[in-house]
Design a protein around this ligand. Structure first.
Ligand SMILES: Cc1cc2nc3c(=O)[nH]c(=O)nc-3n(C[C@H](O)[C@H](O)[C@H](O)COP(=O)(O)O)c2cc1C
Ligand SMILES: [Mn+2]
Length: 484
């Protein structure tokens, strides 16, 4: 079951004992970060969402860590387990496969789901209960200074809405926003991302204004969808509608030709001048390091609309694991079947927290021919934002990619570095501080599969040690006799 808005999600978390209200006064400068960081990295049972009612100097409550665990992320997306998402996507993709009449009829049900997924236009919306077009200001928002070395305060959990200047197609991305002043934000869309392409097109066709709307809060599925690496041209709001089983209600903004989720908490309307740049950062980033100050586009606020008593949602990123790890985990599970459609030999994959998305991708494959592990690496490096993956470790199908101890064992024991390491160059994540140069650098592939004659080995590959089933069941049967 999907939630209509952030409030329903908050109520659900509270009922499940997954949210605490903090009424003690707290500072939005560093204090909220230190609290949220301790809660999210502390004892699992203490890892809850936090609703701060009393952020000093601000009347708005602040929500943080709402997506910060496997259970809360699953709840946000309306499923019991994140793996349920893989099955749903797999079922959808099966549509084009041949099948009997009964199969096809059954799949019609899924098709119908897709038809219902389109956004629904509405005329009046809670996110426009209050409309400020005369000198709008960001001053009332409890925007955090997350880390001591940050260049300022950052809006960290936004849905940024832009439209292709030529086709009008929508893109929604989660891009952090640095507060320069009460009407101006740094727009940190990286050059590989959907809205950066809209901006390049706008500049090419000579536009001086590119209209942008920023939504804060709303149905958690819509919020998550802004972070999903969908192929360019795929509308994040249609994807959200499919995930939630009903179209996202959307309303036209007041001063720009952009639609936003009607059930959001706060909307910032404005524009980006495609040619304007301003220094953004440093910012304590999800790599665990500060990303460097760089030139980025600038957002100018023209109007602000919000609910009567809005709630400000935010997150912090920093040394992993953090809340964004769970947003990434949901993506990993949702996109696995899509990757398997193109690369059927892929059995499972894991992007562990320590690898902060791009640094480490572990993938298990059914190896069938010489060079197969390399083929999978090259394919992944050519697949959407997977192009940014720095290290890809390929293991055999029987390996549990989620067991990092097992992966470390196989990935060091099963390789000869001269034979099994692949070094290539390619595009790198904007935030990669170790890359050869900004946005470009080396990539490492590790073929950690077991080797056989097909790999040209000249000494026999040994068997892995395993006890016989007979002895295992005998010992299990007799266990109590041993007095252990
Ligand atoms: C909490 C969080 C913060 C993010 N911040 C940024 C950011 O500042 N800039 C950016 O380009 N991507 C950022 N991302 C990743 C993008 O949201 C992600 O790549 C998404 O696919 C972008 O949408 P797009 O593919 O439509 O461009 C962030 C993701 C999360 C979960
Ligand atoms: Mn996109």
């Amino acid at each position: 079951m999907a939630f209509a808005d952030l409030r329903e999600f908050i109520a659900h978390l509270e009922k499940q004992g997954q949210l605490r209200r903090v009424t003690a006064p707290v500072s939005r400068d560093l204090e909220v970060t230190e609290i949220a960081d301790r809660v999210s990295k502390g004892r699992p049972e203490g890892n809850v969402a936090l609703l701060f009612d009393n952020v000093q100097g601000c009347s708005m409550p602040l929500l943080i860590n709402a997506f910060g665990s496997r259970a809360r992320m699953a709840a946000a997306l309306g499923v019991d387990r994140l793996d349920d998402l893989s099955s749903r996507v797999a079922k959808l993709l099966d549509l084009k496969m041949p099948g009997g009449l009964v199969d096809k009829l059954r799949r019609l049900g899924d098709l119908f789901d897709l038809a219902k997924a389109g956004p629904k236009r509405v005329r009046s919306a809670p996110c426009q209960d209050v409309v400020v077009t005369d000198r709008p200001s960001l001053a009332g928002l409890p925007v955090l200074q997350c880390w001591p070395g940050d260049a300022g305060r950052y809006i960290t959990l936004p849905m940024v809405f832009t439209r292709d200047p030529l086709t009008g197609a929508r893109n929604v991305g989660m891009y952090r926003l640095q507060v320069f002043d009460d009407q101006t934000l740094g727009m940190h869309w990286q050059m590989h991302k959907g809205s950066a392409e809209h901006q390049r097109v706008a500049q090419d066709v000579g536009r001086t204004r590119m209209e942008v709307a920023i939504a804060l809060g709303g149905d958690p599925i819509a919020v998550y969808s802004a972070s999903a690496p969908l192929p360019p041209g795929v509308d994040e709001m249609v994807f959200a509608g499919w995930l939630r089983g009903a179209g996202v209600p959307m309303v036209a903004c007041k001063t720009v030709d952009v639609q936003v989720p009607a059930d959001a908490e706060i909307i910032l309307e404005g524009y980006v001048d495609p040619a304007e740049r301003r220094q953004e950062g440093p910012f304590g980033d999800h790599t665990g390091y500060y990303s460097l100050a760089r030139e980025y586009p600038v957002f100018h606020l023209t109007a602000m609309t919000h609910r009567k008593s809005p709630i400000y949602p935010t997150t912090i990123v920093g040394r992993p694991p953090q809340e964004d790890y769970w947003l990434g985990k949901a993506t990993e599970r949702i996109f696995l079947p899509i990757i398997r459609l193109l690369l059927p030999e892929v059995v499972d994959m894991n992007m562990p927290a320590e690898g902060v998305f791009h640094n480490l991708v572990i993938v298990a494959i059914r190896k069938r021919y010489p060079g197969h592990a390399r083929k999978v690496m090259y394919a992944l490096w050519g697949l959407g934002l997977m192009m940014l993956a720095k290290t890809i470790v390929v293991v055999s199908e029987h390996v549990n990619v989620h067991d990092l101890s097992e992966v470390a064992w196989r990935a060091t024991g099963n390789i000869d570095p001269r034979r099994d390491l692949v070094l290539v160059d390619g595009p790198m994540d904007d935030l990669d501080h170790a890359a050869l140069r900004h946005r470009f650098g080396g990539k490492l592939g590790v073929d950690a599969t077991e080797k056989t004659e097909m790999d040209g080995i000249v000494q026999p590959w040994p068997d892995e040690i395993r006890m016989t089933d007979e002895m295992r069941s005998l010992v299990t049967r007799r266990w109590s006799e041993y007095g252990l």
